[in-house]
Structure formats: C-alpha cells, structure tokens
Write a protein that binds this ligand. Sequence first.
Ligand SMILES: [Zn+2]
Length: 424
Amino acid sequence: MRVGGAAVEGRAPERRALLNATVFDSARGSLRPRCTLVIEGERIATVTDEPLQVDDAARIDVGGRVVLPGLIDAHVHVVAASHDLAALALEPASLVGAQSSRILREMLHRGFTTVRDAAGADAGLKEAVARGLYEGPRLFIAGRSISQTGGHADLRPRGVRGDGYFCACAGLGLAGVIADGVGEVRRAVREQVRQGADHIKVMAGGGISSPSDPIDGTQFSLEELHAAVEEAEAANLYVLAHAYSPRAVTRAVQAGVRSIEHGNLVDEATVRVMKSHGAFLVPTLATYAALAEEGSRLGWSPAMLDKLAVVRSRGLDALRLARAEGVPVVFGTDLLGHMHGRQNSEFSLRGEALPPLELLQGATVHAARLLRQEGRLGELVPGAWADLLVVDGDPTRGLSMLAEPATGIRLLMQGGRVVRSSLG
Ligand SMILES: [Zn+2]
C-alpha cells in the first residue's frame, strides 16, 4: 500500500467485500444502509446498495453496523515521546524514533489511519511506516517547525546564549529551526522541502510550553510570513501556523497560511477573516485538558500553567465561533508523552460545542480536504484508500464508540489490510 508517500512492500492485493454495511457518507453527512463495499487490493472499488455478485471476494458480514472512513488527526507530534521537550531534543534520534514507533502503532489502533504531524517527524519515520517496518497511520510530515529567536519552538532556557545548543544539533524532537529575517526563513522552508516535508509549520504567535513568549503576542514579521508561504507554495505545499490570538491568526491568514493550529483566542472578526481566506481551524482541546490535570505534577512552571488556563477557558468558544462562521473545524489533539493515551478524549471535549456528525466530518472529509487528499482519504468512495472502521452504535447520534476504541471499533482496516477485528 501507499502510506503517505511510498509503496508498502509484501502485501498482496486481494478482493474483499463488506456485506450488510451502513456506510457513513462523510461528504453528505448521512448514513446509507444495506450497502456492499468492495475493496480491491488497497483501495475501495465499489460502494453500492444494489445487489452485487461478490462470490469471488473474501466476504465480511458487518451485521448492519456503521462503516466510517478511517479517522484523521490533523495535529499530532509522533516524536513527542516525552512532555519534556527540552530533554527530548537532546535524546539520540534513533531512540526517539524507536519510541515514536509505539506512539504510531497506538494511534492506529485508536482508529487514526492517517495523521498530520505538526512538526517533529521526519522522512525516515514516514518511510518506515510506508515500508511496513512500523505499524502506524499514514504520515504527512512537516519536518522541523520554523520559529523566530525566542519563538514557540525556540526551546533554549534563558541561561543559554548562542544558537548551537538545541538549534543546530537537535535530534528528532520538537526543537524548531530558528530563522530570523526573510532570507533565513526562505532557507529554513527550502530545507524542510528538501528533506521531504508535506507541509510547512511556522510558529506565528506565543505558546504555552515555550519559556519566553507571551501567549497573545505575534511572531515573525509579515514579510517573513509571506516568505514562508511563498516558498511553501513554490514547492506546491501549504503552511500551517501555530497561533492563538486574533492578531496572530489574522496576520497569518492574511499572509496566506492555510491552517490555524489551536486558535483558542479567536473572536468573531478573526473567524470572518479566516472564512474569507478559506482557512481551516485545527483546535486541540485534548492537550489542554490533559495538561490542566497533569501540568503541575509534570513540573510545568506557574507561568506556563497561567498561559494554559487562559487558552483552555476559550477553547470551546473558538469552536463555536468558527462553526457559526462556516470555517471548517478539523480534528487535532497535540498530545505529548504518556498523554497520547487521551487522543480520543477530543471527541467528548468537542461534543460540548459540535454535534457528532460535524465532529466526524472534521476527522474525515474536512481533514482530507485540508491535507489536499480529497477522494483519497476521509471518504468511502471508489478510488479512495481502503482505510475504514466498523463501529458499534450510531455515530451520528453519539461518539461513545470512539471514546473506547478498543471495544467500540469492531474492525479496523488500513489500505485493505485488516489491522484488527472482533467481528468473529
Ligand atoms: Zn503542536
């Protein structure tokens, strides 16, 4: 199969049919009962509610259960084996890679057949998944994020001077490339492109985990943001920007950024600008909930926890504002270390602001559009990768089956391969 980029070796194509399936049409937002779904090799060949001869296929009767497209998490960090990003940056890359393989496998088993890595993962990890060396979601990567001096991905503690410490010699963690000025930004983007990035991540405002930046500040000059977008688009890529405040989000979107990450502090005027530019919002509520519970035990400073409290209190408001304006709200989580286990809590957290149907669209069809994978991911249509979940219950009414994926997901398929099944 192809997972993101390269062909997976050693998986013979075959013909399978899912019988008696209630297919979730993610584009229309409706259920189609009594369907047959035929898979040839790695792709979906047919979805129909007409009678169909499938004697030549390996048949799986799903008993009328709902079949969903494989889920997409559009904001993860698969290398974030630890919440301590400064320590992680100094680990040997091979060790970080080995730990990432476990994070990848667990994400897949939670139902995420594709993830967009919002910085950290490199082309080696993507290739390891594509070759089947690591079991994991299809991986779309940013390479290293790009940050100004003192920006959100500048992990140097205040006592460190000079830029040799984390910046030049970082392994496979979340330390960004430090770039100041248009020339350095262009070079940093080109370097990520050279190393196989699928999208470019810039830090356009303050962050919680970074020691020296205000959460409502802006980062990078407009010229620098424009340069990042121009270089990304030159390589047919797009830019996603970490940004919380109206000012930071507005500048990024006006510079051509396609996807706003987090965005908790947006107001009505800001979501209007996002809508008019066709931007996406990728909230990440799960990580704030996790850190609110665990942050002080994990040694986060009072200043970081103060920033956390501010953005957490506004997370659901941002979803409601974006929804009201018609800005697509895409599924993201942004979890670190052992907190990755909370990935599916994002469903119940968002459930306060979004109906289940729209939430599911954010994790399927809208996410696929953001990734520019329309028709290949996020929809159960002929030609798409055969990435799908068979679940118990009606996910258009409630998503409890995804909150407990080990039992709620009865069959998990990626690229036509049955990853696991409890259908009997
Ligand atoms: Zn992130």
